[in-house]
Design a protein around this ligand. Sequence first.
Ligand code: SF4
Ligand code: SF4
Length: 172
Amino acid sequence: MQKPKPQWVSNPEELRAELSRRPPGEIGDIKKRLRRKASADIDRRVAEIGPKIEAAIDCKACGACCKVLEPQLSSEDVKRLARLESKTKEEFLEARTNSLENGTLFLKATPCRYLCGNSCSIYAQRPESCADFPHLYRAHFMFRRLTWEHYTLCPIVFNVIEQLLSDVPSND
Ligand code: SF4
Ligand code: SF4
């Protein structure tokens, strides 16, 4: 028998509507179900399905992550963005970044100052962590805390998890 097609969403509004229909505590049940598979098998499957799902979602029409997350900045990002704003590195650090005690830097303030409508106004020069978002291909996809934070935010992550679930039988 053909497997039922997973319920994919294509934008933040559809994601919110779909989540509102889901039972409370659903994430715990999803994690339990996916734990039946080895982490490396999940990562291999994410590598297979991720590109197709990313290609089906228009990030330029979404921007949900840019409204609520402060992206991490590398030293190259700082140099590039400071140049873009005609600031010295020091001026840029002071005006535009937050930092942790360990020196990790983040772009300050949400929504992101470079967001224009739902699109990034500096797309070609955006920080490396923005270009990599939603970090599908980092190891241990299903054991990363951020995966589950992004599940309710990012249509791509939601769809990847829906597709993974369709591979795992639901009966206990
Ligand atoms: S730099 Fe661009 S991609 Fe990154 S958070 Fe800001 S608007 Fe979004
Ligand atoms: S990465 Fe996810 S949350 Fe960010 S713009 Fe793309 S679909 Fe939206």
